[in-house]
Design a binder for this molecule. Structure first.
Ligand code: BDP
Length: 603
């Protein structure tokens, strides 16, 4: 799916701003043919939860309504007009002048609809009903319950089966873009690099709507100089002396795609792309033929007041903080991030592990691994969950959206699922097959494994290209005992390496809750000293393991969660506070990471 941009043939209108908002109390039916009976302001894009100073709004589970007016200039009315949502979390019903024009489930991927037939001259009313409900059919997974109060009103409740606040609303930009009636619908770019010959063959496939006599593809370099040109909806362009996209040293070519009729260009779209080669071989993760070492983070889209709403200021700032630390990568834990962030990472050379919103696929929890090691362990996760359909849909939508991004080097199909339980392989195998079939660039695939999924208990490792581990030795287990934690870390990593000598291993989470400003001469847990000792211990072990190819810690910054006895104002595992002030450990990690090359570490 193409990102909406203005070109010689296209106009983009941004509907960001202050909309009207109300909670649906489910007592009085909302009439979409009338303006919403509310004066409550709500800024878009953003979560609704923290903007209003209202516990009722913040904690609401159920449906909410948004509305605003818009006008389309007369000059555009004969164009094809598309209303597009960057995301609506988690489900949306969209009405233009009271008519349903789109419905979409899944809170982290874009959707759009042509709206020409619903428009009137002058003011048009755009009304959106949004649900933040999650259950056993949805991703992420929520524990859903409802009851009826004494007045007959339904009280719904979502208990997050995951460790981040269930922020919701119109999180990403809402736009109307125009295209001509004959238009470029999609572009797929696959660069095949010949490293030895220093050249690349770039396959560009174009999907069109309507009719064109000719489709013309031009490849331009960063200076705007034409490198290649060809006609057709499936072209192969050769780039000699290719300028590779490298981690932290991005180079972006452009594919200019034009649709022509009678020799005249009707529609034009430009898609940026990077040329790079990703391989997993002999226990190494190779970018452009060289072993890459992941240094970075699991993150969240999470900022003060905006919640999970797009915040480009924080996006730019976060990437600058990463670069200053010598980091080179992050994972979009635990859902697809905004398209704006993906474009920024392409530009900045930040390496991304792109994750689906499949989190919370685990209905029982224990740190007692010995139970899992006994015979054929089975809990009721794969019996009770009905997420397969949503999972397939999101894999389709994520790959469709992000397939051309140079920054994306691997797909993460899930975070911490019950891959130690019987039935998990049967659940995941078709999903891995689907991702591998759909991705035109055939990137590696993984899932991120929970602590209980050990070399002995995990049932799905055969499916992954890279063993990605979330580990909390020294925090959730061996709490405060870094010496034993070190032994356990080493023991487990060596066991993985021995069992799967060809698969690279990396940490996708490790961390310790740390209260900024809390210090301890004894290095007690929760102190800034403990956080630093914890990371030093882990680094030491990582450097001993030959196939260990990366460290992405948990978490970049403190973030908001649901209320819980282990959470004070949310999760404090950030190495930055939520306001992005560094904790003490940032100095140590910056020194370590600035000393580790992106390519060629552990040759
Ligand atoms: C892991 C989860 C992550 C949590 C983290 C933690 O993947 O979402 O926030 O642990 O407990 O289980 O801090």
């Amino acid at each position: 799916m193409l990102y909406p941009i203005s070109t010689d043939s296209r106009v983009v209108m941004d509907l960001s701003g202050v909309w009207k908002f109300m909670i649906d109390d489910e007592v009085k039916e909302v009439d979409v043919n009338q303006p919403l009976p509310t004066g409550e302001p709500m800024a878009v894009p953003a979560s609704f939860n923290d903007q209003a100073v209202s516990a009722e709004i913040r904690q609401h589970s159920g449906y909410v309504w948004y509305e605003r007016e818009f006008t389309v200039a007369k000059a555009l009315r004969d164009e094809r007009l598309v209303l597009r949502f960057g995301s609506a979390t988690h489900e949306a019903w969209v009405y233009v002048n009271g008519k349903l024009v789109a419905q979409h489930k899944g809170g982290f991927t874009p959707f759009e609809a042509e709206i020409n037939e619903f428009l009137v001259p002058g003011a048009n009313r755009l009304t959106v009903r949004v649900s933040n409900l999650l259950d056993y059919t949805a991703l992420p997974v929520g524990n859903y319950s409802e009851k009826t109060d004494e007045n007959g009103k339904i009280i719904r409740k979502v208990d997050e089966n995951f460790d981040f606040f269930n922020y919701a609303g119109l999180h990403r930009p809402v736009k109307i873009y125009s295209t001509p009636v004959n238009y470029i619908e999609d572009i797929t770019i696959v660069p095949n690099v010949d490293l030895a010959a220093n050249k690349a063959e770039v396959q560009v496939s174009v999907k069109t709507g309507g009719n064109f006599d000719e489709v013309r593809v031009t490849i331009l370099d960063e200076q705007g100089i034409t490198i290649a040109q060809a006609s057709g909806t499936d072209v192969n362009a050769v780039i000699e002396n290719v300028h590779l996209w490298q981690p932290l040293n991005a180079y972006l070519y452009r594919a200019k795609v034009e649709g022509l009729n009678n020799g005249e260009v009707e529609d034009v779209y430009e898609e940026q792309f990077g040329v790079r080669k990703i391989e997993v071989k002999g226990g190494k993760f190779l970018i452009n033929g060289e072993p890459f070492y992941f240094k970075g983070f699991g993150k969240h889209e999470d900022t003060h007041v905006r919640g999970r709403g797009l915040d480009e200021v924080y996006n730019v700032h976060d990437i600058n903080l990463m670069k200053a630390m010598g980091a080179n990568s992050f994972r979009t834990s635990h859902y697809p991030y905004s398209e704006e962030m993906m474009r920024l990472c392409d530009r900045e050379g930040i390496v991304v592990i792109d994750e689906t919103p499949a989190v919370g696929l685990m209905l029982s929890f224990t740190f007692d691994v010995s139970i899992l090691e006994k015979g054929d362990f089975e809990d009721d996760t794969w019996e009770k969950l009905r997420t397969a359909e949503a999972h397939q849909q999101v894999i389709r939508e994520l790959i469709d959206r992000d397939k051309n991004h140079a920054c994306v080097v691997m797909w993460s199909i899930a975070n911490e699922a019950a891959t130690y339980s019987k039935g998990s392989y049967e659940y995941f195998e078709p999903l891995f097959n689907l991702a591998r079939e759909l991705d035109p660039q055939k990137r590696p695939c993984t899932y991120v494994g929970i602590m209980m999924a050990t070399p002995k208990t995990d049932k799905c490792t055969d499916l992954v290209d890279v063993i990605a581990l979330n580990r909390y030795y020294g925090w959730y287990v061996q709490h405060g005992d870094l010496k034993t934690a070190e032994e356990k870390t080493r023991e487990e990593l060596l066991e993985w390496q021995e069992k799967y000598p060809d698969k690279p291993i990396m940490y996708t989470e490790y961390g310790a809750d740390t209260v900024a400003g809390f210090h301890s001469a004894l290095g007690e847990p929760f102190s800034e000293e403990y956080q630093e000792d914890y990371y030093r211990m882990n680094s030491k072990v990582f450097d001993e393991i030959p196939n260990f190819v990366g460290e992405q810690l948990w978490n970049f910054a403190d973030f908001q969660t649901k209320f819980g006895i282990m959470r004070v104002q949310g999760n404090k595992k950030g190495i930055f506070t939520r306001a992005r002030e560094p904790k003490m450990v940032v100095r140590y990690l910056s020194e370590r990471w600035n000393g580790i090359p992106n390519l060629g570490y552990k040759k």
